[in-house]
Write a protein of this length. Structure first.
Length: 107
């Protein structure tokens, strides 16, 4: 899934981003990395939307598109649509996307 300590896996024409989503939050935000007991690394994100009828997933896509400055249409779900832990496919140049994520998480 993801490299140890980093929630991104690079492929030829896209990246896969592991995300742990908290719906019903007080604000929409990307909060950094989280590493589980098993060593799995996730990007922590919060959205104000409720987890019903895909509302929280739509809010997550909007949040990540704005955060990464990519079109919403370039983000799709690989797994976890009904789970807190999700894996997203983000179309684009893998090196560019990885460097954006690293610099945003460093802030």
């Amino acid at each position: 899934m993801s490299d140890a300590g980093h929630p991104v896996s690079a492929y030829a024409d896209h990246i896969r981003l592991s995300v742990r989503l908290t719906p019903n939050a007080s604000r929409d935000a990307v909060e950094g990395r989280e590493t589980g007991d098993d060593g799995e690394c996730w990007l922590r994100a919060r959205v104000t939307s409720v987890p019903e009828d895909g509302k929280a997933n739509k809010a997550l896509v909007q949040l990540l598109a704005k955060w990464l400055r990519v079109p919403k249409s370039s983000i799709s779900f690989i797994s976890g649509e009904t789970s807190r832990k999700k894996i997203l496919r983000i179309e684009g140049d893998p090196e560019d996307l990885q460097s954006k994520i690293k610099s945003l998480l460093a802030d």
